[in-house]
Design a protein around this ligand. Structure first.
Ligand code: SAH
Ligand code: SF4
Length: 348
């Protein structure tokens, strides 16, 4: 398979044009066609000499994301099921907020982490996405928004897959997204979410990026977390907490902790108190309480609203900032991996 045009950052293009005996300003032109003018065909890159266009065509391809399904929620959330060239399916979501559009991207076909509440991991991991396949999701979303004169204003890496198990591709993706000569998405408007791959958290802390980090914590101690998230046996709670502290000390940035409330499992007062004790050691922590999305195969029930508020109050009493995630697209199975899971069932 040829590499895709979206695998390369501007600096990589500069190398490529140099190797191909062209002036370095050609790299900027290519980057501009891809991310500012957003063409999907080498022939449209009209200010490039024909030989260069031909060479591009020989060596690269565009990523084709074939729309196999599109679900529109009443709240404006649009979820796409895209097929890749090898027929694997991924999900990309566009969420409309009052401040702009946020895109949720997929980083892997499936996931091997095995969290018990998650639909993305039901069929295991098929393969990693290439950087270009992650980039293409945002370019595609931006092209759709172009018709309405709107912009992708933020990105969450919270689709299918564990980004920190596809680390290099995710970092390449981030660097392409934030490039000032490309889509130029503000670093502070990007969030990467991980289930707690400890070595990658250390690496990420040292990247010198201002991208937000979210940790899917979901439980306040080893015993419960290991039940819900097998990754906790690989990287125990105390090691995760250490890595988070390192990240905060190194970057001076806060971490958002995601906590999906599952009825009778992790949503009691004592869980909130224990979580508060853990997070008090981490300055600026923010907790995002998520009412668990129902996944047929998983069968967790939801925490009643008043109990969610009670959980939030316990955290706030300990001066830990906690918000309840506004649900988007629950009428279209927007929880990551659900559409793909259904699609795979139909194909079998
Ligand atoms: N693999 C990464 C990022 C993708 S999942 C991670 O786990 O962080 C994005 C978020 O959705 C995570 O916080 C994950 O725990 C959460 N999630 C998965 N299944 C869910 C469900 N059924 N209900 C609510 N949140 C869920
Ligand atoms: Fe993978 Fe994240 Fe789902 Fe866990 S929650 S199985 S890490 S996608």
């Amino acid at each position: 398979m040829k590499p895709s045009v979206y695998d390369l950052n501007l600096e990589d293009w500069q190398e490529w044009v140099k190797e191909n005996g062209e002036s370095s300003f050609r790299a900027g032109q290519i980057f501009d066609w891809l991310y500012v003018k957003r063409v999907a065909d080498f022939e449209q890159m009209t200010n490039l000499p024909k030989v260069l266009r031909d060479r591009l065509k020989e060596q690269f391809e565009f990523v084709t994301l074939t729309e196999v399904a599109k679900y529109e929620s009443q709240d404006g959330t649009v979820k796409f099921l895209f097929e890749l060239s090898d027929k694997n399916a991924i999900e990309t979501v566009i969420m409309k907020h009052n401040y702009g559009n946020s895109i949720c991207v997929t980083t892997q076909v499936g996931c091997r982490v095995g969290c018990t509440f998650c639909a993305s991991t039901l069929g295991g991991l098929k393969r990693d996405l290439t950087p270009g396949e992650i980039v293409a999701q945002v370019v595609k979303a931006q092209k759709l928004l172009d018709d309405k004169n709107e912009r992708v204003s933020s990105i969450v890496i919270m689709g299918i897959g564990e980004p920190f198990e596809n680390y290099d591709a995710t970092m390449k993706f981030l660097r392409i997204m934030i490039h000032p000569k490309g889509l130029n998405i503000g670093q502070r408007h990007i969030t990467v979410s991980t289930s707690g791959i400890v070595p990658s958290i250390y690496r990420f802390a040292d990247e010198n990026l201002q991208v937000n980090l979210a940790i899917s914590i979901h439980a306040p101690n080893d015993e419960l977390r290991s039940k819900l998230m097998p990754v906790n046996r690989r990287f125990p709670f105390a090691d995760l907490v250490e890595a988070c502290k390192y990240y905060i000390a190194k970057t001076g940035r806060r971490i958002t902790f995601e906590y999906a409330l599952m009825g009778g499992v992790n949503d009691q007062q004592e869980h909130a108190e224990e979580l508060a004790r853990v997070l008090k050691e981490m300055p600026l922590s923010h907790v995002n309480l998520i009412p668990v999305n129902f996944v047929v195969e998983r069968n967790f029930t939801r925490t009643p609203r008043e109990d969610i508020f009670a959980f939030q109050r316990v955290l706030e009493k300990s001066k830990i900032n906690a918000t309840i995630r506004r649900e988007q697209g629950s009428d279209i199975a927007a929880a990551c991996g659900q559409l793909r899971a259904k699609h795979m069932e139909r194909k079998q």
